[in-house]
Design a protein around this ligand. Structure first.
Ligand SMILES: [Cu+2]
Length: 452
């Protein structure tokens, strides 16, 4: 039996209506969760670091995820953060992932860095609460961030000499440095390594690898090497030239390369019982059937894009530091602690468009590999198998299908790799230590395979 009077029922209804009105009009606002980015456009110079911050409020009761894709060529690393359940850079999938921890306000700062000029866009691919703006554009321009190499200690370097300037290529030998970047995950590993190297800039710092020599099958090329360094050096192309005469400091010498066959060849300084080569005097000669050809050799297999991977290893404490300090390297002990890909540590190489295999599904890449180091390297490609078509300049009759290739120290190989499925995949080496730079994981030999 209902004992409530009509007035009481009306009053109860009014209360309920009032509550519902309050509920719908006001309660939802206390649940409104939002996030925002500090900037949507960052302007920096090559080699300079910029950053952006995501901050917001979750409802204090739920966690919310945000995700951005990392474009090739851009390096990102974690900055400061608060009240997050997850904050990680996933280099396998090329993503930044942020997840709030249901504590109300949260924030995450992401540092960005690029070695090369360009426009990079970090596309937001997941935001579980309203995020404004969602994407970040990074404009990298100018020439900031370059540093002069340190001088050799305790020695006198001759003034730059120009040589005769009559050869197809002129190389200069000098000291230089390789800048190793920090792991974006741990923040560890950033340093500068002292090296010796070839460069094509008169008076410039030596670099790893030396400039690429591009030649045509059946042709002749001349290379003049000018020694702007304070020790003897030479220049020998394995299997192509045999002149090992030392070029004294301040001297120069012209080499003639007859290039009979298409392939990839290894050049280096053969003096000082591997010390000169190990410190960075190394590089590659690429011979094609004709300029711009997209065949491995005349009548050989064709490709859509080409990549050159010059890899090397260095025992910096026992070899580089001793030689550059003017001491004698004990060549009986070699324990490399840096493994470079095209002169870069892994995290740099994985963001380098000219190193990564990146293209559209169906495209075939020729990858010319030079192992200029003293350790054999076992390179493993994910996503698809490849064909080995040449070793040490020798064309193979039967192309073997492999997913791993062992490239012995001082040898070369050419492989054909086809992108067969979209996604981001790693190319890594099968010796764990060689995946590191002085123990920092993924700062060793590595590259990305990216198929669109
Ligand atoms: Cu693997």
């Amino acid at each position: 039996m209902n004992t409530a009077s009509p007035g009481q029922r009306r009053s109860a209804f009014k209360k309920l209506f009032g509550f519902l009105l309050f509920y719908f009009l006001f309660i939802p606002f206390s649940w409104a969760v939002t996030a925002s980015l500090s900037v949507d456009t960052i302007n920096i110079s090559a080699g300079e670091t910029g950053s952006f911050t995501i901050s917001g409020n979750d409802d204090g009761d739920d966690e919310f995820q945000f995700r951005w894709d990392i474009p090739a060529g851009l390096n990102v690393s974690k900055g400061g953060s608060s009240n997050l359940k997850k904050f990680e850079i996933d280099w396998e999938k090329m993503r930044i992932k942020v997840e709030s921890d249901a504590r109300g306000s949260f924030s995450a700062t992401i540092n960005v860095f690029a070695n090369n000029d360009g426009n990079f866009v970090l596309n937001n691919t997941r935001a579980e609460i309203n995020l404004n703006p969602a994407d970040v554009s990074i404009n990298v321009g100018g020439t900031g961030g370059t540093t002069a190499p340190p001088p050799d200690e305790g020695t006198t370097t001759p003034p730059p000499s120009g040589g005769t300037g009559t050869a197809d290529y002129t190389f200069y030998v000098d000291s230089g440095q390789v800048d190793i970047t920090a792991s974006p995950d741990s923040g560890n590993g950033a340093t500068s390594l002292p090296i010796w190297g070839y460069t094509d800039i008169n008076g410039g710092a030596g670099r790893i690898p030396g400039p690429v020599i591009n030649a045509v099958e059946g042709g002749t090329i001349t290379v003049e090497v000018v020694n702007n360094h304070n020790r003897d050096h030479n220049f020998v192309v394995q299997g192509v030239t045999s002149d090992t005469t030392a070029i004294p400091p301040g001297g120069s010498r012209i080499y003639t390369l007859n290039t009979p066959t298409s392939g990839v060849f290894f050049y280096r300084d053969t003096l000082a019982n591997n010390v000169n080569r190990s410190l960075g005097l190394l590089g590659a000669v690429v011979v094609r059937p004709s300029a711009g050809s997209t065949r491995a050799w005349s009548g050989g297999p064709s490709f859509d894009q080409e990549r050159l991977w010059v890899i090397n290893d260095m025992d910096v404490p026992r070899w580089n530091n001793v030689a550059i300090g003017g001491g004698n390297v004990n060549t009986g002990t070699y324990r490399p602690n840096y493994f470079l890909m095209n002169g870069m540590n892994g995290f740099q190489a994985m963001g380098d468009a000219s190193t990564n295999i990146e293209g559209t599904v169906g495209e075939t890449f020729i990858v010319r590999i030079v192992n200029a180091g003293q350790y054999d390297q076992s390179l493993h490609f994910h996503s698809n198998h490849f064909r080995v078509i040449s070793r040490n300049g020798n064309r193979l009759g039967n192309f073997e299908w492999q997913d791993t290739i062992n490239v012995k120290a001082g040898s070369t190989a050419m492989v054909l790799y086809q992108l067969n499925q979209p996604g981001h995949y790693p190319m890594h080496v099968h010796t764990a230590q060689m995946e590191t730079g002085n123990g920092v994981y993924l700062n060793g030999t590595a590259a990305m395979i990216i198929a669109h």
